[in-house]
Design a binder for this molecule. Structure first.
Ligand code: AMP
Length: 395
């Protein structure tokens, strides 16, 4: 019982939700952006439509945390800071160290910071934010919830790259995956909706947002996932390449006169994917609109996006030797009935068909026909609730 903060810190941002547990109702949510700049933005939303917005210098994550807590009191969302009894921190990289969520102490904070080389933009900031919360709220239950921990059940055969083995031994160079909190949440929820034990099902979860990944879940455990050493691998994404042949890296660097490998990787992360192919936008809605107006490259970007999802589903059906359910989630997965339909109708060989009436939804629903052998579900993800649940579990 109590109010739990679910916190998602990035290099210059801090997102949070204050959730009443175990009811799982959101009391307030907000965002601090442009941390470290003179014109940082703080936005807080609560109740039916109350909104507070502030633009001022917020120079550190510590200052951001203090501002958020101060305004939860000032806006009378809380009468006392002690009403917060738990905090869950999303951590992007848990490496091989964290197979589960962990209660936060100084050692865990140092370990999270030490994994920063796997997620340079995130882990250092996440460690800072944990320290800031510890200073202000030293006695509450605080947990680190790792994007990677759900994927630590992957067997070697799926997480090892076909590189000299010593790179794994010496440097831990391997697949870690990402979006694990979301894959676990929607996978479990699918089992609940199907009324079957999570451990008895073969599920493919498609987290299709600006970042996109897909997981094969067998016996309640992640068997394989499409993101890799970093979130650059796998599906075509808003601005990320997904899988490419590594030989194209030196080729393009030479042709384009790019000297710096980091600049090249930055292009793969920020100027590629749907944006790079379409030349229109990284946002699926803009690309869908352009395609509907006859823009060839926008249509091509949509086709490639769907094609990559289908290929991964095919792989995962193969390595699981079957599939019981396919789940769509995140911005595109939840909202674009066209994408769900295009993906599923192209793989109907597996025994699944979309019901156009049921598929006309953005809510939690089975969207396949009654006679589909493989059930297709739309399940809005809720990483914040999953984080708050982990805090409750560790209390
Ligand atoms: P996320 O990263 O999960 O917030 O998802 C963001 C992506 O979802 C963006 O590409 C959006 O364009 C896409 N998205 C949101 N709503 C829709 C929609 N109604 N149709 C298609 N794509 C959508």
């Amino acid at each position: 019982m109590g109010k739990t903060m679910a916190i998602n810190a990035g290099s210059s941002s801090l997102k949070f939700q204050l959730i009443d547990m175990p009811a799982e109702t959101v009391i307030a949510k907000g965002l601090v952006e442009r941390i470290g700049m003179e014109d940082s933005i703080f936005k807080l939303e609560w109740g039916t439509d109350s909104v507070f917005k502030l633009i001022q210098p917020i120079l550190t994550h510590q200052a951001a945390v203090e501002l958020v807590l101060q305004h939860l009191i000032e806006q009378e969302i809380l009468s006392d800071i002690k009403e917060i009894t738990g905090a869950g921190h999303r951590v992007v990289a848990g490496g091989e160290l964290f197979k589960e969520s962990a209660l936060i102490d100084e050692q865990v904070i140092e370990q999270v910071a030490s994994l920063a080389e796997f997620a340079p933009l995130h882990n250092a900031a996440e460690a800072d934010v944990m320290r800031a919360f510890k200073r202000v709220l030293p006695d509450i239950t605080m947990a680190a919830v790792f994007d990677t921990s759900f994927h630590t059940s992957m067997p070697e055969v799926n997480y090892l790259y076909s590189l000299p083995y010593e790179y794994y031994e010496k440097h831990k160079a391997r697949k870690y995956g990402a979006h694990g909190t979301s894959h676990r949440y929607v996978g479990r929820r699918a089992a609940e909706l199907l009324g079957k034990p999570f451990e008895s099902l073969k599920i493919i979860t498609c987290h299709l947002g600006n970042g996109a990944s897909i997981s094969a879940i067998k016996d309640g455990k992640c068997l394989d996932t499409s993101m890799g050493f970093t979130p650059l691998a796998g599906l075509t994404m808003g601005t990320r390449t997904g899988d490419i042949d590594a030989s194209i890296i030196p080729f393009i660097m030479k042709k384009e006169g790019i000297q710096d490998i980091d600049a090249m990787v930055n292009i793969f992360n920020k100027q590629s994917g749907i944006l790079g192919i379409s030349g229109v936008s990284s946002d699926m809605r803009d690309v869908e609109q352009a395609a509907a107006e006859g823009h060839h490259r926008a249509q091509l970007a949509l086709d490639i996006f769907v094609n990559r999802v289908q290929k991964y589903i095919g792989q995962y059906v193969a390595i699981m030797n079957g599939v019981d359910a396919i789940v769509f989630t995140a911005g595109i997965g939840e909202n674009s009935k066209e994408t769900r339909e295009a993906v599923i109708e192209g793989i109907s060989f597996f025994g699944c068909h979309i019901d156009p009436v049921k598929n006309d939804t953005r809510k939690e629903a089975i969207v396949s026909t009654d006679d589909s052998k493989v059930v297709v579900l739309n399940i809005p993800t809720n990483e914040e609730v999953e984080i708050a649940r982990e805090v409750e579990r560790l209390k």
